[in-house]
Ligand binder design. Structure first.
Ligand code: GRG
Length: 303
């Protein structure tokens, strides 16, 4: 199967998975104005679905499915793929809130707090984070649950995603963030979740420890390349293409790869990390054509 066909197959599975694996929306009627019932409270489920079903590249869930396939996917990787997309989407909803990045546009749509209100957006993010762990707990055997929950909790917790976001917010307030500080932020905020996506796929596939190491290395390099390219696109692409506000980093004076190193060096760093990610994949068994092409595709992306 060629790359676009395979990618579209994964994407279609992910969209169906999101629809089936998120809490359903109860139908509100005259005798049930809040939409309470078997499906539960309507507004919070609507807000969770609004942000999850707004599109997005679905990089993290595709990585879960593709990594699991490398090893023959002993367990269905779809719930794990949706779980990581839930955590990713929660982080975007919270990042867009007025107390953080205060953004109006995400995935080409009004952000969750603009569409609903701040409290609903906060709760939708909380609910997606919680739901991710329920998906893992409910869909896998105990030994896999323990590994997957530990992996996702570590990537999303205070040492990585949340810690990276905290340091990012602190760095915004000072003009002289260093290259080392910036790399820590990118490793924590961006690369950890991408690394965890490949590791979760590896768990579902039953990967050996040495193969998990190679997957993690590939994820870390892909994550760094991905974030550097995100910085480059923020500086060079337009809002309509990105589906989120472009040029924000320069406007807020934020320290980014582009600000610290310039565009040419940033492009070189992105290429080096992309190459390193591909080299890590080469250490793995199995059919790696799709994952290799995905990494290349991310390096060339325009949004
Ligand atoms: C609020 C806990 C908390 C964390 C927020 C994800 C995040 C941390 C902030 C969003 C802003 C940002 C630049 C994050 C770096 C990671 C990144 C590039 C996220 C966007 O991921 P994409 O491009 O988004 O994969 P889509 O919408 O395509 O899924």
């Amino acid at each position: 199967m060629d790359f676009p066909t395979k990618l579209n197959t994964h994407l279609a599975r992910i969209e169906t998975g999101i629809d089936h694996l998120l809490p359903p929306m109860a139908v509100a009627g005259a005798d049930n104005p809040a939409g309470l019932g078997a499906a539960g409270p309507r507004r919070i489920h609507e807000a969770m679905r609004y942000s999850m079903q707004a599109g997005g590249k679905r990089l993290r869930p595709v990585l879960v499915l593709a990594a699991a396939e490398l090893f023959g996917a002993k367990s269905d990787a779809l719930p794990a793929a949706i779980a990581i997309e839930c955590v990713h989407t929660y982080s975007l909803i919270h990042d867009d809130l007025p107390c953080m990045d205060n953004d109006d546009l995400r995935r080409g749509r009004p952000t969750a707090h603009k569409k609903f209100d701040e409290a609903t957006a906060l709760l939708a993010g909380d609910a997606l984070l919680t739901h991710a762990f329920a998906l893992l707990a409910e869909n896998y055997p105990p030994a896999l649950v323990a590994k997957a929950v530990g992996e996702l909790a570590a990537a999303a917790g205070s040492a990585h995603l949340i810690g990276g976001q905290m340091e990012d917010l602190l760095a915004e307030k000072k003009a002289d963030a260093t290259a080392a500080e910036l790399e820590f932020i990118h490793l924590s905020k961006t690369a950890a979740m991408i690394e965890a996506s490949l590791a979760l796929g590896g768990f579902c596939g039953g990967a050996a420890e040495k193969d998990l190491d190679a997957l993690r290395d590939a994820g870390r390099h892909l994550g760094l390349a991905f974030q550097i390219i995100d910085d480059i696109l923020d500086a060079t692409a337009d809002t309509a293409t990105l589906g989120k506000t472009a040029g924000k980093d320069a406007k807020t004076g934020k320290t980014t790869f582009v600000k610290l190193h310039g565009l040419d060096a940033s492009r070189r760093f992105a290429r080096e990390h992309t190459d390193a990610a591909r080299a890590s994949l080469d250490r793995l068994p199995g059919e790696k054509t799709f994952l290799t092409a995905l990494i290349q595709n991310m390096a060339l992306r325009s949004k």
